[in-house]
Design a protein around this ligand. Structure first.
Ligand SMILES: Cc1cc2nc3c(=O)[nH]c(=O)nc-3n(C[C@H](O)[C@H](O)[C@H](O)COP(=O)(O)OP(=O)(O)OC[C@H]3O[C@@H](n4cnc5c(N)ncnc54)[C@H](O)[C@@H]3O)c2cc1C
Length: 470
């Protein structure tokens, strides 16, 4: 574990102030904030990261089975590549960290016992009306948002788009063919992590459009996505305090911002020039914000982004990848659990002889099924294999379940996009030294949390540069 400070003075600078920055949360958001700040700052900075768990990385968690060395993603499973449209800071960061990538892709939806990979497949198995309606829906989506607009979708100006503010279900309700609607829902349900009536037109259509490579492509990191937080942590010069849960944040007795934590049942407090809370919105209420204005601002902030969406992963090791004779993509969709993505986790490593399938349940199905035991869920996953693959159950070796209830945002960016400074500074008047970082402020992805961390790090670096000495 890297655990040291930036030097108190840096060559070429007059001895002076060492800025102290406290970051709550050691997930990608907290780590990226520390990393970018280190890169951008021209003045000495001492960073402390408080992480409640005994590991860094948050919802990026690459794991291994017991019976074989095969690996799988228990949390985030893919990274989004926008470099076909414009600059992609996440791709640049991954390259800068020396991580090798592997493209991912998949176009098949298995519905009613048929593998549907093209409009021709729909025409053959679901009929002309369903295929024609899908073509019209696809055209409407692309008319509504071009790849360029998709890239810029977190800008508040786009709030004025037609249909904005409406629920995605209203768009689906206009479809005449239940097969077309079923195809679209099965395609995007796992990504949405919520139901069409609980999300916006914008987020629903974006999750449909992202399947078109003109809008974005997908990739993973060789050896596991956890390579990203691991390499960030290796490079960050910070005091990383694992097992330190932040309980209170507010202004301390000396007028600076204070973070109170518990560690081994012992309460501690530390003061900082700046505090960054890098937590997902569902963890924001785990911290008490002191002072009436900050408490009120954070309560409003949490409520504005409080659109919980749910995931549940069931990942199974098989003695062989039996499904590849039918579908050989990195993932495919099935019409179980309201629409479910099955990742071929073993496709991430071409030398892997075992087969690993990961079911990503989203929305209501994930919420309801989370109450079941691991054994029951593994049995349900095996039972949900399409008929054409059901023989594969005999190759079962080991299964694992990871529950992510409320862990992502069903309407990222809030009901209407706010200006980026307002998103990151919930109480700028009396607490200009307090910031939040989160994927929920953008699109609920690692790309989004990177943008958030980048904004906050650049503001902090600029503020410190204005007053480099005491
Ligand atoms: C199942 C699943 C699949 C996903 N798939 C993808 C994907 O394919 N692609 C993608 O881009 N994104 C995906 N995401 C979203 C992605 O995981 C998030 O965008 C990313 O993890 C957000 O980083 P974060 O640092 O904001 O939050 P987190 O990753 O949640 O990290 C927050 C950290 O804060 C810590 N913490 C919480 N409370 C406290 C406290 N009081 N004090 C101190 N520490 C605390 C937590 O332990 C955690 O380590 C997925 C998410 C899930 C759940």
């Amino acid at each position: 574990m890297t655990n040291f400070f930036l030097p108190n003075t840096m060559p070429g600078l007059s001895p002076g102030r060492v800025w102290e920055v406290g970051i709550v949360g050691g997930g990608p958001g907290g780590l990226m904030t520390a990393y970018f700040l280190q890169k951008m700052s021209d003045v000495p900075v001492r960073v402390t990261i408080f992480e409640a768990a005994d590991r860094l990385g948050g919802k990026i968690h690459s794991k291994r089975f017991q019976l074989a060395s095969a690996s799988y993603e228990a949390g985030a499973a893919e990274l989004y590549d926008y470099s076909g449209v414009d600059e992609d800071p996440l791709r640049e960061l991954v390259a800068e960290l020396g991580l090798s990538i592997r493209p991912m892709g998949g176009s098949a939806v298995i519905m009613g016992g048929h593998v549907l990979s093209s409009v021709e497949d729909l025409r053959e198995h679901l009929g002309d009306a369903a295929a024609d309606e899908l073509v019209a829906f696809d055209r409407m989506g692309k008319d509504w948002m071009s790849p360029r607009e998709f890239y810029d979708a977190d800008q508040p100006e786009l709030a004025a788009r037609p249909l904005e503010g409406r629920r995605f279900a209203e768009v689906l309700d206009r479809l005449r063919s239940p097969s077309t609607r079923g195809f679209i829902e099965n395609t995007i349900h796992s990504d949405l992590a919520t139901e069409p009536e609980r999300t916006s037109v914008s987020y629903g259509l974006q999750n449909y459009l992202m399947n078109d490579p003109a809008y974005m492509t997908l990739y993973s990191i060789e050896g596991g996505i956890e390579g990203l937080p691991r390499e960030l942590a290796r490079r960050i010069r910070a005091d990383v305090k694992l097992g330190h849960r932040a309980t209170h944040v507010g202004r301390g007795p000396d007028g600076r911002m204070q973070i109170c934590t518990t560690h081994d049942a012992e309460a501690r407090e530390q003061e900082f020039d700046f505090v960054v809370v890098a937590l997902p919105n569902n963890h924001v209420p785990s911290v008490t914000f002191r002072g009436a204005r900050l408490a009120d601002a954070m309560a409003r902030h949490h409520a504005y982004y409080d659109h919980p969406a749910h995931y549940l992963r069931i990942t199974i090791l098989f003695s062989r990848p039996f499904w590849r004779s039918r579908v050989s993509d990195s993932f495919f969709m099935v019409d179980a659990f309201g629409g479910c993505c099955l990742y071929d986790e073993s496709s991430r490593d071409p030398s892997e002889e075992h087969g690993v399938l990961g079911w990503l349940l989203g929305g209501e199905a994930a919420l309801k099924k989370s109450a079941l035991s691991d054994e029951a869920l593994i049995a349900e996953a095996l039972g949900s294999l399409p008929e054409m693959m059901s023989g594969g159950r005999e190759f079962f070796l080991e299964g694992h379940v990871h529950r992510w209830v409320g862990a992502v945002n069903g309407i990222p960016g809030g009901i209407a996009q706010q200006p980026v400074d307002r998103r990151h500074q919930p109480e700028p008047v009396e607490h200009p030294d307090f910031f939040v970082v989160g994927d929920y402020l953008f699109d609920s992805t690692i790309n989004g949390v990177l943008d958030s961390a980048d904004y906050v790090a650049s503001w902090l670096a600029a503020r410190m540069a204005e007053q480099p000495t005491l």
